[in-house]
Ligand binder design. Structure first.
Ligand code: F6P
Length: 318
């Protein structure tokens, strides 16, 4: 009987629970023995396994976070750390490991794969910064959280005729800022992939107020700058009253959206199918609404790019 372990690693994201549930329940339906590893690769090194039955994954589909918990582990990057993890897997007779996490977690998964463990990746990060998938797990929920927050800020900015400068997460990727910005009809989007002309932004915002606008909203991706600095700069250049807001970890919580729940259910189902076919060393994604997979090597060889068309859509709508 195949024995499969699942773990979540790196920054958590909404929909990880749904992905775990789908992997576990589909595995069980196929007669496999399923295990969870607590606290990501750290748990793998510390032999922190739990046996998972159907009941253990009930009531988690609609919960944010990850009930297996997550961690970022420096020790797992060392050959000694990896050797320990492999020893525990071998002792338990576990041949397959499903890693739900982002770029760093995929590196860990690839290291295991190279040492003979059959490994799979599911793209768990709010950042949407993994190549060869249109969406990562939690990205859609985060967009909804950010869009709601921008709506709240707009109310108070209007009452005081202010400019709101909102900092979104995303590491070096501007996708959260770009798509939440489009969904919120903001006045400017500042992302690492496109050089911002702050003088033009300030002049445009000023002109907007002169035309009678009561508020302006600017979203900045954390990889492109700090809300506080940009708010100060806009105030200096335009004389407008500005307020910075860093959304922070609030973006990583909340009940996963329907999209995140459905697509993670599909991916969890598919990964068991790949295990049955003995297709190994791959990470799954969703491309044009199809669940797809690529080797870790292919993913690392592909550059993650901003969607230029979406950026153009934003430009044409302001
Ligand atoms: O990768 C997810 C992410 O939320 C990034 O957007 C952010 O830069 C980082 O993690 C924050 O990390 P931590 O939760 O360790 O502070």
């Amino acid at each position: 009987m195949k024995k499969i372990a699942v773990l979540t690693s790196g920054g958590d994201s909404q929909g990880m629970n749904s992905a775990i549930r789908a992997v576990v329940r589909t595995g069980l339906s196929n007669g496999f023995e399923m295990f969870g590893v607590r606290k990501g690769f750290k748990g793998l090194m510390n032999n922190d396994f739990i046996k998972l039955g159907s009941k253990e994954v009930s009531d988690i589909l609609y919960r944010g976070g990850t009930f297996l918990q997550s961690a970022r582990s420096e020790a797992f990057k060392t050959p000694e750390g990896q050797a320990k993890a492999i020893e525990h897997l071998k002792n338990k007779g576990i041949d397959y490991v499903v890693v739900i996490g982002g770029d760093g977690s995929y590196r860990g998964a690839q290291a295991l794969q190279r040492q003979g463990i059959k490994t799979y990746g599911l793209p768990g990060t709010i950042d949407n910064d993994i190549p060869l998938t249109d969406y990562t797990i939690g990205f859609d929920t985060t967009l909804n959280v950010v869009t709601d927050a921008i709506g709240n800020l707009r109310d108070t900015m209007s009452s005081h005729e202010r400019v709101s400068v909102i900092e979104a997460m995303g590491r070096n990727c501007g996708d959260i800022a770009l798509q939440a910005g489009i969904a919120s009809g903001v006045d400017a989007i500042i992302i690492p992939e496109v050089k911002a002309d702050i003088n033009k932004i300030a002049a445009d915002l000023k002109a907007g107020f002169e035309r009678g606008k009561s508020h302006s909203m600017v979203i900045v991706a954390e990889g492109a700058g700090k809300a506080e600095d940009i708010a100060k700069e806009i105030k200096t250049l335009s004389g407008l009253d500005t307020r910075p807001t860093v959304l922070g970890h609030i973006q990583r919580g909340g009940t996963p959206s329907v999209f995140d729940r459905v697509f993670t259910s599909r991916m969890g189902h598919e990964v068991i199918d790949l295990i049955k076919q003995d297709i190994v060393g791959v990470a799954l994604g969703i491309e044009s609404n199809k669940i797809t997979y690529h080797t870790f090597d292919e993913i690392f060889a592909t550059e993650n790019k901003i969607n230029d068309h979406l950026y153009q859509v934003f430009q044409d709508l302001i």
